[in-house]
Design a protein around this ligand. Structure first.
Ligand code: FNR
Length: 193
């Protein structure tokens, strides 16, 4: 059937550039025939991780929500801010909580990473740090990542990318990812266990 994606931004900020980029990714995927479940990071809110909380098979509601939505879709897309050359603490905290489910929800799941930053490098270093826990957990992190530099000047009033070449690159990246996710559904050897 139709390929489906969970798309979310790892920023809690109301006027987040990453949320703008995530919204645009959702629009582009829908335009290309995919189904999108769009989420805000506060839907995945979790307490600071503490193993002492893990009694009677406890999992925070935010981690349960993420697990449900990840397992209901074929792949997920994160637009994440870069904080101090790494990922935001809220995102790492949520990943740590989600990693405690069995079966472990990230395993064999496809992911595409993107970032937006007012800087000239677009938050790309944060994505390399985000790859580490995701790949450790067995996520199929797409090799090509999209980082939007000078993101505070990149969007027009409709939320599209002003630069046409960049808009085309963005769409090509998403479509290539979509094609890989779709193809993997037909090959049992690379299917989710
Ligand atoms: C930042 N910012 C930032 N930007 C960057 O490109 N590299 C970095 O290392 C950092 N570090 C950093 C640390 C902290 C604690 C904050 C609050 C911010 C700036 C960041 O990219 C900017 O605030 C973005 O607008 C955040 O993303 P959202 O919220 O707009 O999606």
């Amino acid at each position: 059937g139709q390929t489906s994606f969970l798309v979310f931004s790892a920023s809690l900020r109301a006027d987040s550039l990453n949320t703008k980029l995530a919204r645009l990714a959702a629009q582009v995927l829908e335009k290309n025939g995919s189904k999108v479940d769009f989420a805000y990071m506060n839907a995945f809110d979790c307490p600071s991780f503490n193993q002492d909380l893990e009694v009677d098979d406890f999992h925070p509601e935010g981690a349960e929500a993420f697990r449900k939505r990840v397992l209901a879709t074929d792949a997920f897309i994160i637009a994440s801010p870069e904080y101090n050359a790494s990922m935001p603490g809220v995102l790492k905290n949520m990943i740590d909580w989600v990693s405690r489910f069995r079966p472990q929800p990230f395993h064999q799941h496809h992911a595409l990473l993107m970032s937006a930053s007012p800087s000239m490098v677009g938050g790309n270093r944060g994505l390399w740090s985000l790859r580490i826990p995701l790949e450790h957990l067995g996520t199929r992190v797409y090799p090509d990542m999209f980082s939007l530099a000078t993101a505070h000047e990149a969007f027009d009033a409709q939320g599209n990318l002003k630069d046409e070449k960049l808009a085309k690159r963005f769409e090509d990246n998403l479509v290539a990812f979509r094609n890989q996710v779709e193809a993997s559904k037909h090959y049992p050897c690379i299917k989710k266990a």
